[in-house]
Design a protein around this ligand. Structure first.
Ligand SMILES: [Zn+2]
Length: 166
């Protein structure tokens, strides 16, 4: 599960755990950790950068799953950080966490961006969005080569916006 997608990358599982701890300490100090929270790399995905869920083996634990393509050093660290902040925002808002649910839907009108802004991270939010807009397509082309070769015509996969908000 935690095998390296990108050989030689320093971004291993331990790095990811340290990054979550650091982000929690710096930006979410007011959010109590009221259950076990794990972070790990999941399966590579075109559109899912990260997700937060309840552990299937322990309903009291939360698992944050990160796209393993993020081990690629072409992707700036701030993009990884912004994704973890996004998932931590869900945790703070009570989605797949023991906290009170603050909104009807995890992505209700602008709540994610507002949370970034309230924590002094709006620039990070914008930087991530802009970087993804200009670079993500070429990154996924690199990791999903098999798929485009199966189709005789060139991949017509189009990034739907705003997929990065999921
Ligand atoms: Zn989300």
């Amino acid at each position: 599960m935690s095998k390296q997608l990108v050989k030689g990358s320093y971004r291993d599982h331990e790095w990811l755990e340290n990054l979550l701890a650091d982000i929690w300490f710096r930006y979410f100090n007011d959010i109590e950790q009221s259950n076990d929270v794990y972070i790990r790399y999941g399966r590579k995905a075109k559109r899912r950068l990260g997700s937060i869920g309840i552990s299937p083996s322990d309903r009291n634990s939360t698992i944050i799953t990160i796209n393993p393509i993020y081990q690629d050093l072409e992707i700036p660290e701030y993009v990884v950080i912004a994704t973890i902040v996004h998932e931590m925002t869900h945790y703070a808002h009570g989605f797949n966490s023991p906290h009170d649910q603050k909104h009807q839907h995890p992505h209700s009108g602008g709540v994610i961006r507002r949370e970034f802004a309230e924590r002094g991270l709006e620039d990070l939010y914008i930087k991530q969005k802009n970087w993804l807009k200009s670079n993500w397509q070429s990154i996924i082309d690199k990791y999903f080569v098999e798929n485009s070769n199966l189709n005789t015509k060139k991949s017509t996969y189009v990034v739907k916006s705003p997929w990065w908000l999921r």
